[in-house]
Structure formats: structure tokens, C-alpha cells
Ligand binder design. Sequence first.
Ligand code: ADP
Ligand code: MG
Length: 601
Amino acid sequence: MEGKGEAPAIGIDLGTTYSCVGVWRNDRVEIIANDQGNRTTPSCVSFTDTMRLVGDAAENQIAVNPTNTVFGAKRLIGRRFSDIPVQIPILWPFKVIPGPGDKPIILVTYKGEEKQYVAEEISSMVLSKMKEIAESYLGSTVKNAVRQATKDAAVIAGLNIMHIITAAIAYGLDKKVTTAGGKNVLIFDLGGGTFDVSLLTIEKGIFEVKSTSGDTHLGGEDFNDRMLNHFVNEFEEKHKMNITGNPRAMRRLRTACERAKRTLSATTLATIEIDCLYNEVDLYSKISRARFEELNMDLFKKCTELVEKCLRDANMDKNSVHDVVLVGGSTRIPKVQQLLQDFFNGKELCKNINPDEAVAYGAAVQAATLSGEGNDKVQLLDVTPLSLGLETGEGVMNVLIPKNTKIPSEKEKEFTTYDDYQTSVLISVYEGEGTKVNENNLLGRFRLSGIPLAPRFVPRFNVRFGVDVNGILNVSAEEKTTGHKNKITITNRKGRLSKAQIEKMVQEAEEFKAEDEYHKKKVEAKNSLVNYAYKMRNTIKYDDEIASKLAAVDKKKIEDAVEFVLRWLDGNKLAEADDFEDKKKELESIWHPIIIKIYMG
Ligand code: ADP
Ligand code: MG
């Protein structure tokens, strides 16, 4: 446990496409709506000539400022540039380039300057926004938050992460355990861009992750793409025009498809009407739920296949699953639910909590539990997502800790030399499922020296792998007869951020905070000036008492001053807070003496 929380306890789900925040209050969870009244907030950040926008405001920029509006960035976290599926950068209107260590870098123009960000930074901006949404609702500062997202991003936002959570908590499945040997829960999370399925065993408040599976490129956006293609083809057949080369037309059609898809979750027919889609030609069409399902059937089936794989990895029969929990906006699709229910022989699915809110909901429950507001403590047992091992002769991967091993975990194995009279060995540590190391990720290398002179296969040395609760891997090697030792610690696996990188981001996040405050101050000063000017004008017009006592020359003076300021505002949109304040003082210096004269005289 990383420290006691301070009330109020909030939970954040930092999603790839949408994020959500919940709070534990009065013994229950409330999902907090943002300033636009929406219960989920787009995980989107937009950079303009003058400011940075996050959430709904950023999403609105997609059409007008596509190259500087970043969405879906979470898909890049922990990936190397060369591993990104090629279709991702093609679909994204913003630029992604390979950076140091092949880490993907997002390029945008912000305030007229080119800026580079890593995905973690964009995520941390969204996380800060979610924190602000909670703060403005609660009217207090939020320090602790439990959320399901990358730890790195949370460090940047200055949050104290207490634990990883699961949506099972939202359903109180940890409380309802009756079965001997625990309860098996399958979490089916189909969101905007990713599909995750995990199998947990819950026993006496202890969560054990049995296996995880999924697809990092499968979700709601793919369903939109299928529908988009359908209408592109239809339009081409009907009008002999291909709109794919026109970004604006594609964007408008994509938005319409997203809306139609959501409609089809509730009704069996959706209409699409877009005026002047392309070359003055409208697109008026319909799509049935059945057609939509047909377009996506292979993708829907893939979800069930991955559920099967997850069960197989855990060595569990589907009849042993006690609860199936739906998470992610795309599980609102009736066909997805039906296929899953059929797979589990008609079992009722847990879906009475909004699927796109379930993670934030569970996070809030857990935040409350950890901060002492809830009742019992919940403990999560995690697993290694990939096999860990080292290279032995001819580039073979020798696995010490297999994939899906419960952590913390430790394993020791004996090795020998491959050459005669070898006095040292190079130990190369890899993660991955390939049988050859060149198919896997190299995590680090170190040398064990002091091996006694002997023909090959004679010397013996031990290598020990240990993964702690935080997923940190320690590898040590020891030659028993001489006592020579060496070791390596691997903390940032899979292209994760180094401490220095994180510190740099923390610092930049601070700078952003200062900048946001600067903008806020500016906007407030400007609004205050505008309000003051209109108030002056309205008072002399509509306040009968003042209007009747006002001398003509003073009336003119006020009208001119107001007029002057409004015109000045038009020409000085980018003025600083001080300028607005000065102008307001000028207005006050005209207004006050006149009003005093009226009331005194
Ligand atoms: P994330 O992937 O960020 O975790 P969510 O879990 O909120 O996001 O899922 C977002 C996806 O859910 C989007 O692709 C959205 O189109 C889809 N979605 C939301 N509501 C519906 C609905 N009623 N029917 C079908 N899909 C939906
Ligand atoms: Mg999600």
C-alpha cells in the first residue's frame, strides 16, 4: 500500500478514447459529469496558436485543427515505433515519428512552435483534466486517486496511486464470495481501441489474476471503420465518386458512423444524413443492425476467441466461471453481448453498471476502501504479462518465469558454459514468447566473471530471476565454488520511461499548470472587463433612476468609453491580463465620479 488516502476518494479510468471519474460519497459511488455535462470525457488533447485544450473542447478541434489534435495516444504507450501497426499512423491526422530508442514521438505545433510529446505526457494531461473535473465538483483538492492506467502517467500528474483495481470491485463481487476455493470472474473490456480480457479468482478479498489476453488493436473505432467503408463504397457505386481522398468528407462521415453505431445499440435501424458530403452531393442513407453486425462479425467473433484463449491459458473450463463482467463502451453492442452470453451457455452477464463507467466506479470503491472509508481491504495479485528468460546456446530463449506467473515470483536455474576454458559468461535477459531470442525483447545484459578454467559443460553457475510486486525484475548470477556474483535490475521494461524522463515530464506538467493558470487569469480579466462595460451601458439605459439624473455630457462620456473599450477588445484579442485590468480601471475612473455625483448631488 502506498500510503493512506485523504478523503474524498476518487477513482479515474484513463481510457484510450474516453476517460471517466467517480467519487465515493455517502456510502456510494457517484460518477462525476464534466463541465459539458458528460459522464465520460474524450481522452483528447488539442494544441492551438494560443492554448492547450483537453477533453470535449479538444475533441471539437478535430475538424478544424486536425494535425494538432491528439487522440488515442494511449495506444502508443509502451510500444516501439517500429511495432505500431501501420494503419494507426495512417488513420491519425497528427504526426508520429520514431524518437530515441525507437520510442514514438507525437509532433504538434503549439503557439506557432513545433513541440514533441511522448504518449505518456498526453495521457498525463488527460489525467490532470479528470482530476480537475473531480476537484471542481467536490470543491476541494484531490490528492489520491485510484485508476486503471499507466503508472508513469499518474506519477506525472502528481497523484499517489494506491493500487491497481478491477471492475469486479464495482459489482462487489469480492464481497459476495460463497464458493469454496474462491470465485472465478471474467472481465470482458471492449473499449474504443483495445480489447482486454482477464480472468480473476477472488477469495476472501484477494484478487488473483489467472490470465490476461486481448488485442491492442480491436475496439469501437474498428467497428466505425467498417461502417465508414460500407458508406464509402455505397457512395462510390451510386455517384461514381470516391471520397477517401477528401479528409473533411471522411471526417464528417466518420462522426456520422459513430452516431449511427450508437443508435444501432438501441434500435434496429439508423439513418445517416449528410448534406453536401462531396462535390455538392448529399449522402442520405440507412443501415440496419443486421447489416452492421454482418460488417463486423469477424471482429466480434475474434473477441470470443480471445476469451477462449484466456480460459485456456488459465487452464480453466468455461463452466467454472462464476461471473462475466462487461466493461467498455463497445460492450453496449447487442451482438457482442449475445455472442458472449451464448459462449457461456446463456449465463446472465453483469451489466447493470454502465460499462463505460465500471472501471471508474470500481476505482472509486477501492479508493474509499484504501483510504479507510470503506470496509475491508482488497489485495490484488498480478501476473507477468510476458515470459522472462535468458539466452542460451545458438540464440535459444530459455524461460525461467513463464507468462501469467503470479507475482511476486522467484526462480533459480543452473547453467553451464558452451566453450572450453571460458572464464566469463554474458547473460542476456529477454521477455517474450518466441523460442528464439531475436523474436523477443532484450531487457538487459550483464557479465559473470571468475569462472574456474575448465572444459565446456563442466563449470556450473546459478541464475536467479525475481519479479517483485511492482513488476520489477532482478536477475542475479553466482558461481558457487568461487563465490563470484553479478546482477542487474530491470525496472523499465518494454520501452517504459526512465526515472529521468519521468522527472522531466513532471517538470513540464508543472509548467503547463502555470500556463493554464496564466490563461485562466487572462480569460477572467477579459470577461470581467466585458461585463463591466456592458453593465455600464445597460445601467444608463435601463436603470430609470440613474438615467433620469444623468447629465447629457456624462451620458455621452460613458457611451464613448464603452464603445471605445469594445472596439479595443476586438482589435486586441491576444492582450494580457494586465491590459484588460488597466482598461477596466479606466472605465471605473470614468464611471465612479459620475455615479457619486448622481447620488451625492
Ligand atoms: P476506452 O476505450 O477509452 O476505455 P470506452 O470504454 O468508453 O473507452 O469505450 C469507448 C467506445 O465505446 C467508443 O468506440 C464508442 O464508440 C463505444 N460506444 C459508446 N457507447 C456505445 C453504444 N451505445 N453502442 C456502441 N458503442 C458504443
Ligand atoms: Mg476503458
